[in-house]
Design a protein around this ligand. Structure first.
Ligand code: UT7
Length: 336
C-alpha cells in the first residue's frame, strides 16, 4: 500500500477586483455590514468576455501546479475536477482539461460536492494512489459564480459572499506511509439539500424550457438560495466534529495541528473554530478577505497561497476541513 502526497500547488483568480464599496453601488449593502458579518473586503469577479470560465481558470491553476510539482504533464494519470459552476450542463470540465493539456486519453472525473468538492476530490485521488492504480493525479477546484448570482437587492445576502477563482494540486505516490495524506473523512446529510442550493435547471424537475415558458421575472429557482443562519450553525458544528474525527483517527491532539486550512465560507466561522480549538493566528490560514467564498476553489487557493508564503513546511501536520451545500462536509489530515 502506498501513500499519496501533494507535490505541487497552483492557483489563479480573475484580474477584476470587486470591493464592498463597488457592491454598494449595485445593491443596498455597505462595507461595514459585509466586513462585520463575513470578513470579506473584496472578491474577484470575471467580466463577461475576459476569457475566464470555470474550465479556463482551472486549467491555469493546473498549469501552475504542474510547474510547481516539477513534473511533466504527460506523467499525470488521472484528473479530478470539482465545481458547481461547470462551463456546460454536461460534460463536466475535467475532459476540457484533458484536451487542453494534450494528455493522452486519461480518465477525468467531475465532482459535484460544492464547498466540500476539493476535499472529496482529494480523498478520491488519494484512494486511487493508495491502491497503486495511479501515480500522479491532478485535482482541481474551480468556480465562476459571479454570473449566476443576483446582484440586485433581492440577492444581496448571497451575492456579496461569493467569488470566482481556481486552485489545483498534484497528488503523487509516496512510499513513506508516515508522509502525505494520512486519512480523509467524508459526510453528507441530504435532508438539508435545499437549505443551500440552486434548484433549477434540473432534469425531470424544472428544466430551462419551463423557466422560459413561465417567463416569470420573480422566478428565483435558478439562483442560489441559502438559509444563512441555519447553514452557519450546521457549519460550525460539522467543522468541529470532522476535525476531531480526523485527529482521533491518527492519534493526534489539537496541539499537533501546525496549519488548519478551512474552507473559506465566512471569516466568523473560521474564527469560531480557531477559538474553540484554541489555535493561534499562525495555525489557521484565511484569505476570504480578498477572494470571498470561492466554493470548491477556496481550499486549493488557500493552500496554494499558504505554501507560496512559506507558511507550511515539510513535516507539518496540515488539516483541511470543508462544509457546504448538500449538506456535505469532510476533513483531510496531511503530514506535509
Ligand atoms: O460555503 C458554504 C457554507 N456557507 C456558509 O457557511 C455561510 C453561512 N452563513 C453566513 O455566513 C451568514 O448567515 C450570512 C453572511 C450569509 C448572513 O449573515 P447573518 O448574520 O446570518 O445575517 P442575516 O441573514 O440574519 O441578516 C441580517 C440582516 C437582515 O436584515 P433584518 O431582517 O435584520 O432587517 C438582512 O436583510 O442583514 C440584512 N442583509 C444585508 N444587509 C446589508 C442581508 N444581506 C445583506 C447585505 N447587506 N448584503
Amino acid at each position: 500500500m502506498y501513500n499519496s502526497r501533494i507535490i505541487g500547488m497552483g492557483h489563479y483568480v480573475p484580474e477584476n477586483i470587486v470591493t464592498n464599496d463597488d457592491l454598494s453601488k449595485l445593491m443596498d449593502t455597505n462595507d461595514q455590514w459585509i466586513q462585520e458579518r463575513t470578513g470579506i473586503h473584496e472578491r474577484r469577479w470575471a467580466v463577461k468576455g475576459d476569457g475566464n470560465s470555470t474550465f479556463s481558470m482551472g486549467l491555469k491553476a493546473a498549469e501552475k501546479a504542474i510547474k510547481n510539482a516539477k513534473i511533466d504533464k504527460d506523467d499525470i494519470d488521472f484528473i479530478v475536477f470539482a465545481t458547481l459552476s461547470p462551463d456546460y450542463y454536461f460534460p463536466g470540465p475535467g475532459v476540457q482539461v484533458q484536451e487542453a493539456l494534450g494528455i493522452d486519453t486519461i480518465g477525468a472525473l467531475d465532482v459535484r460536492n460544492q464547498c466540500s468538492g476539493f476535499v472529496y476530490g482529494l480523498s478520491v485521488a488519494d484512494q486511487f494512489i493508495k491502491t497503486g492504480m495511479y501515480k500522479n493525479i491532478l485535482v482541481i477546484g474551480s468556480e465562476l459564480q459571479s454570473q449566476g448570482i443576483d446582484i440586485s437587492n433581492r440577492g444581496r445576502s448571497i451575492s456579496v459572499i461569493f467569488g470566482d477563482g481556481a486552485g489545483a494540486a498534484i497528488l503523487s505516490r509516496e512510499d513513506d506511509s508516515n508522509k502525505g495524506i494520512l486519512s480523509s473523512h467524508l459526510h453528507s446529510e441530504g435532508a438539508y439539500a435545499l437549505e443551500l442550493a440552486a434548484e433549477a435547471p434540473g432534469m425531470g424537475k424544472r428544466w430551462v424550457t419551463d423557466i422560459i415558458a413561465e417567463n416569470n421575472p420573480d422566478d428565483m429557482s435558478y439562483r442560489p438560495y441559502m438559509n444563512g443562519q441555519f447553514v452557519f450553525k450546521n457549519a460550525i458544528r460539522r467543522f468541529s466534529e470532522v476535525i476531531h474525527q480526523g485527529l482521533e483517527a491518527n492519534n493526534l491532539q489539537v496541539s499537533d495541528i501546525d496549519m488548519l486550512v478551512p474552507h473559506q465560507a465566512n471569516l466568523r466561522i473560521s474564527q469560531y473554530i480557531q477559538k474553540k480549538f484554541k489555535l493561534s493566528d499562525d495555525q489557521v490560514f484565511n484569505n476570504i478577505q480578498h477572494y470571498g467564498n470561492t466554493t470548491a476553489a477556496s481550499i486549493p487557493i488557500a493552500l496554494s497561497e499558504a505554501c507560496e508564503q512559506g507558511k507550511i513546511k515539510s513535516g507539518d501536520t496540515v488539516v483541511l476541513a470543508a462544509f457546504g451545500s448538500g449538506f456535505t462536509w469532510g476533513s483531510v489530515i496531511i503530514k506535509w
